[in-house]
Design a protein around this ligand. Sequence first.
Ligand SMILES: Cc1cc2nc3c(=O)[nH]c(=O)nc-3n(C[C@H](O)[C@H](O)[C@H](O)COP(=O)(O)OP(=O)(O)OC[C@H]3O[C@@H](n4cnc5c(N)ncnc54)[C@H](O)[C@@H]3O)c2cc1C
Length: 398
Amino acid sequence: MIAVIGAGPAGLMAAEVLARAGNSVTVYDRMPSVGRKLLMAGRGGLNLTHSEPLETLLRRYGVGAARLAPAIGDFPPTALRAWAEELGQSLFIGSSGRVFPQAMKASPLLRAWLRRLGDLGVRLALRQRWTGFGGDDARSLLFEGHEPVAAAGVVLALGGASWPRLGSDGGWTSALQDRGIAVAALEPSNCGLNIDWTEMFRQRFAGTPLKAVAFQWQGQVSRGDAVITSYGIEGGAVYTLSSAIRAAGGAEGAVPVTLDLRPDMPEPVVAEKIARVRGSDSLSTGLRRVLSLAPAAINLLREVERVPPRHPTALAALVKAVPLRVTGTQGLDRAISSSGGVCWAEVDERFMLRRLPGVFVAGEMLDWDAPTGGYLLQASLATGAAAGHGMLDWLRTG
Ligand SMILES: Cc1cc2nc3c(=O)[nH]c(=O)nc-3n(C[C@H](O)[C@H](O)[C@H](O)COP(=O)(O)OP(=O)(O)OC[C@H]3O[C@@H](n4cnc5c(N)ncnc54)[C@H](O)[C@@H]3O)c2cc1C
């Protein structure tokens, strides 16, 4: 029996590869049901991958790109899309190039996938928390409150540490560190920014989107959509910046981030349009009419400057660079993903742990990071497939 521990996208993909080759596979998970984070990702529409060229896509993984490239090369976005379509999901490419299922949720895909895995004979063993290896043998597996399990091979796909209540809590790190395996600290990645809104602004606008805006911090610009939240602001455009702010250790003290409410329009053009606001118009009516700004955006100007300037040049400068006082970044509890994980030096090209022959590693528990945009699921699924193929090779050749 081959044990796959972790029933997220990486583990289930490894199980599919191994079971297709005729192996008996059991997938273990500590939760009462599988794929909880995948289902949560479905709440945001389930951005499966990205349609940009492969070389561009690989660059999104930064320093992890070199080690991920073979796995993603073998299971590229085209293969991922074909796989999802075989599971009955028709897909579409959004205006940003991101790939989504038409259903805009994960449950139909997960249901079809579990049916397929069941047909391949994959068994699920739920509510089993893996706590480490028994004795010297890395293929003797310990699960809390259960008898040790002997496996012919093991795939660890235990995820990172974000949204721990969905199952991946990073509790596996000590079991690997006890075996001398280096694990880089799991830190929040792709997370929201904390801003102390006034009570009035928070109550009125929490949950309101800011469409097609741009955030800037220390010369880095991140364009896209964001959502005002009770704690500050979140969304794709913010996540890219949050990782940079964290990496720079900038979450301590207030960080000056600016927000461009009309990034597609040069400042003089914004000023020209503001000059057309009629004297009889209120600020809200005027800005809505000449710049098509939404109420949340207009009130954001009032939030940062109680009485925004009426002079076109000064007001245009504010619209193009709303100063936001970021007091920190959200923690692991609410981060989309985590950086850190099993260090690449510990893993060979088959995704096997060098110190523990027969034990393979896949998914977000490896030390790579990427922005949102479908890159997280792309790499999780691709490394799951690679670990499965790596184990098949090892079973054949040792
Ligand atoms: C809110 C949210 C939205 C997201 N949206 C997207 C998106 O649209 N596109 C995208 O690409 N990515 C998205 N992601 C990220 C994506 O879901 C993850 O990167 C991906 O699920 C990681 O897959 P994985 O299989 O490596 O780990 P996981 O999905 O985390 O699965 C790991 C599994 O291991 C189990 N486990 C952990 N420890 C143990 C243990 N000790 N014993 C037994 N079982 C254990 C867990 O219960 C879990 O089921 C989103 C994440 C969040 C939180």
